[in-house]
Design a protein around this ligand. Sequence first.
Ligand code: UD1
Ligand code: UDP
Length: 376
Amino acid sequence: MKKIVTIVGARPQFIKAAALNRVFRRDYSNAIIEDIVHTGQHYDDAMSEVFFREMDIAPPHAHFSVGSGSHGVQTGKMMIELEQYLLAEVPDAVLVYGDTNTTMAGALVAAKCNIPVIHVEAGLRSYSRTMPEEINRIVTDHLSTLLFSPTLQGVENLESEGMKVQLGPYHAAHPGVFQCGDVMYDNALHYGKLDHLHPSVQKWKDQSFVLTTIHRDHNTDDPKVLYTLLETLIHLTRQHQLQWVLPVHPRLKKNMEANADIQNLLRDAEHVHLIEPLGYVAMLQLEQMATMIVTDSGGVQKEAYFAQKPCLILRDTTEWKEIIATGNAFLVGANAEKIKEKFEYCMQNKMNHWPLLYGDGSAAEQIARVIFEFLA
Ligand code: UD1
Ligand code: UDP
């Protein structure tokens, strides 16, 4: 038996990890043991445990309860815990997902312990180093032995940074970069059914609404930026007689509550519905029922595409450039004029060209096969 330690800690990582955990347990139980380690970066039930419960992810083998903090404090605490754990467990590989502080801490510690690093969702670049995620991605990719990119763009980004692309089956002489589709698409197909609506989204079934998530530091942490975003979108949704539904990330909650102007703004906005963060199944269902999605989330902008919904991306750049190229999503930043222009465009135009961009729903199977061959 070979052992993989999968390191997760933030909401999108639990979701991504579910896909491979499912395949390892189903198809490789005689060959691979996967131990999941939770750094504790996210800790509220609605940001963490709900995903393990609802998505049938194996419970964490270890949980480090690192919690919140500045980048250095949070990453440093994770590294101390992870080093001790990996030195004791001596796995054959460490698997990390995406671009959070948990991802980078896991990759750094594993690489220094001479344990091969496997990075799922490799190669993505926004080319904006003001994003902490961009730094995490670059470091993680350059420390990884197996890099699984969901997109051709990701593969090209890595090639341009000097990495070797591996086509076809794994060969020990050439560990490297693989294009494999997106485990998030696998998951959207697996969990995104509408036949049994989750109780928390029943009431939205026959409503017209815009669905929004906001959690990026550049949108939440500057009071003026956050005010502009909320004011603009409150106005637009009211004007179009749409409800506005926001499952509120704790970072957004903290910043809204600290701002008296925002509290005043929300007081008279009866069509605005601030709700707790949702579980994954409920979130996928709400995305499919929405008229339009407005988000700064990496995962949600892709899920808008999977659900064939127009999307305004509250960022100036994205690592998912292929969505923009289809003309179904728009980078609007926190710019009120751009938001208005593209909101109107989405309300007036029917979009009907949605080519498959993220594989065929078998990304986790492809990744597991390469990992199996690598470990063998
Ligand atoms: C992190 C990731 C980001 C990812 C996001 C997914 C980094 C640098 N950022 O951002 O890439 O898109 O997760 O959601 O790794 N908080 C709680 N309860 C929780 C978790 C957080 O109250 O369970 C609050 C704390 O006040 C904390 C703040 O949210 O300071 C931010 O949390 P943190 O994990 O540092 O960053 P995110 O903004 O969640
Ligand atoms: N998500 C969720 N409940 C919510 C908001 C988001 O389950 O209330 C899911 C969403 O469907 C997507 C993932 O969380 O699969 C995206 O994570 P997040 O936006 O926190 O981070 P990012 O993808 O931007 O790193």
